[in-house]
Write a protein that binds this ligand. Sequence first.
Ligand SMILES: Cc1cc2nc3c(=O)[nH]c(=O)nc-3n(C[C@H](O)[C@H](O)[C@H](O)COP(=O)(O)O)c2cc1C
Length: 277
Amino acid sequence: MSACSDAIARRFGDGGPSGEGADDNDLIHRVLSRKTVRRYSDRVPVEALLDLLVACALSASAKSDFQQASILRVRDSGKRAAIGKLFPAMPWIGIAPVFFVFLGDARRLQCIGEMRGKPVENGTLEGFFNASIDAALAMQTMILCAESAGLGVCPISVIRNEVDKVAAVLGLPDLVFPVAALCLGYPQGEGHVSLRLPRSVTAHSDRYDDSALHAGIDDYDHRRHALHAIPKEQQRSNAEYGETAFYGWSEDKARQAAKAEGAAFPPYLRAHGFSFE
Ligand SMILES: Cc1cc2nc3c(=O)[nH]c(=O)nc-3n(C[C@H](O)[C@H](O)[C@H](O)COP(=O)(O)O)c2cc1C
């Protein structure tokens, strides 16, 4: 087995394609083995590395070359604390050594239209979507580069649940919105590679086909449970749904998704320049 096929087996454990025969490659191996990190040592990444990471993030592909991602680093300790205080269940938000916010920036193109006397209307669904994707790609590019430099990261989309307060702290103007933040630092502890859904469920060939969904999810639940069972005290909404004999990933995600998140986001966007037309 090559290092990559080993890593694929650890990531999926689904008996699917193993990449056997392809040349091993450091980056691919690292991506297959990556994991989110929420606990960091006190060591602070040097500024030159952070500058590099921002440059890498802004090198990501951008829809139509419109370049609608912006990156805001929160350095001010008062602002960090103010944001951290909003999410007590996620203490890493307030204490990670470095905290970036990835912004969808539909404002810049709108301003460029005004500068050049053209009728740009960028508060559309298309404008919102393009800016969101640019920001997400920039964040993921930073993630992979940061991890390749030995750092650990955790994306933070929960900030959108308190978008009014976060936007006020960061001084965000109309048409600029947070896609997610990113906690970053040197990892403390090992963590584990999170098993992904079987590719029979998530990878399609020529035609969308989810006929293997039920069996694939049941099988995944049990394989994942055997590796990293969700502890009893982390089961959600037991008051509503009761304790189940077997509590797997799909039970957990169904319970999580049944409580809609992000109610504050659409009204915020509508009040800050997006018509979505
Ligand atoms: C867009 C996005 C938003 C996320 N938001 C949060 C968050 O608010 N808080 C958090 O602790 N983790 C957050 N995560 C991390 C995910 O929970 C994590 O990626 C997922 O559990 C899979 O784990 P892995 O990355 O180690 O494979 C987010 C990840 C993504 C991609």
